[in-house]
Design a protein around this ligand. Structure first.
Ligand code: SF4
Length: 300
């Protein structure tokens, strides 16, 4: 504006000044809008705002920075009939709080006293595994390997063998890591184990950079040990899981289109999913017992 004031005179100058003043006003408005959004983002409890659907949230996917915003659909599928016996929709980006609610819902739907719930490693959570155990539900969930230690040639916890009789771990160098004390970690009580032989250990460079290697053991770790045993057995539960639960998901996605729900808001998405599950289950029952069988079952 100042440059135009110096260089030009008359009407042309007045037009340009008015034009620039309008643009300046628009920019100020946009800055105010973005500042308000920044404030709303700061105030949002989970640091997210979705303008298209206020309930949708960024989902954690295996593809990094995929920017997938949507919902997290949970299904429990019966291994015998391949019917979807329970489903739920959340906007939590992770699965680790879903194991016991879904297992309990599946058991209720199946009207069983016992249940073996198999889930992938995203569902691994000590508190959820314990909740299932206390409810009489057996769980098999692989523990995710979160540290990159194995890839870096370092020993991981799985390389340490637990001896229940001695309540001690045997390390790769053959030393016994004795129990020392309990402490709380992420809300779970864990015992600490170590040996005083680490300083003179020939493979210490593959084990620890500290004074000694410490191993933690959750107070209910026997549940995880039992799961590991089941996972290492002849019939691979994870293959059974894949063959059971992924197929209905694939079919439903093919029906619905791979990209999005037709509705918005969590409640509506729940209804949309329920209709799809109902349709899937009806088709599945027809395949199992035929239309006549289904009509007879409905009438009964
Ligand atoms: S550093 Fe300690 S715990 Fe690790 S292998 Fe050696 S003796 Fe065992």
């Amino acid at each position: 504006m100042a440059r135009i004031d110096r260089q030009e005179e008359g009407e042309a100058r007045a037009d340009k000044v008015a034009h620039l003043a309008r643009r300046y006003g628009r920019i100020r408005q946009e800055i105010a809008r973005l500042k308000a959004m920044e404030q709303a983002l700061t105030d949002a409890p989970d640091g997210q705002i979705s303008l298209t659907d206020p309930d949708a949230r960024a989902m954690a996917t295996s593809a990094r920075h995929s920017g997938m915003v949507g919902y997290n659909v949970q299904t429990a599928v019966d291994t015998e009939t391949h019917l979807i016996v329970a489903h739920d929709e959340t906007n939590q980006s992770f699965d680790r709080d879903q194991l016991s609610p879904m297992a309990a819902a599946a058991r209720k739907a199946l009207r069983r006293d016992d249940l073996h719930a198999i889930a992938d490693k995203g569902y691994f959570s000590g508190s959820q595994i314990l909740a299932c155990h206390q409810a009489g539900i057996t769980t098999t969930v692989p523990r995710p390997e979160t540290s990159g230690s194995r890839a870096g040639g370092m020993y991981v916890k799985a390389d340490f063998a637990y001896d229940p009789a001695r309540d001690a771990y045997l390390c790769p160098a053959g030393e016994e890591l004795a129990y020392r004390y309990m402490r709380e970690e992420d809300g779970l009580r864990v015992g600490l184990y170590w040996t005083n032989e680490c300083q003179s250990c020939p493979v210490r460079h593959r084990c620890t950079s500290g004074k000694e290697r410490r191993i933690t053991r959750w107070e209910h770790e026997h549940l995880v040990d039992a799961m590991r045993k089941r996972l290492g057995g002849e019939a691979d539960p994870m293959t059974l899981r894949r063959c059971t639960v992924e197929h209905p998901f694939g079919t439903l996605k093919a029906w619905m289109g791979h990209t999005h729900f037709l509705t918005r808001r969590l409640k509506n998405v729940g209804t949309e999913m329920a209709l799809n599950v109902l349709a899937y289950n009806i088709k599945r029952v027809v395949a199992l017992i035929g239309i006549r069988g289904l009509m007879r079952a409905i009438a009964a």
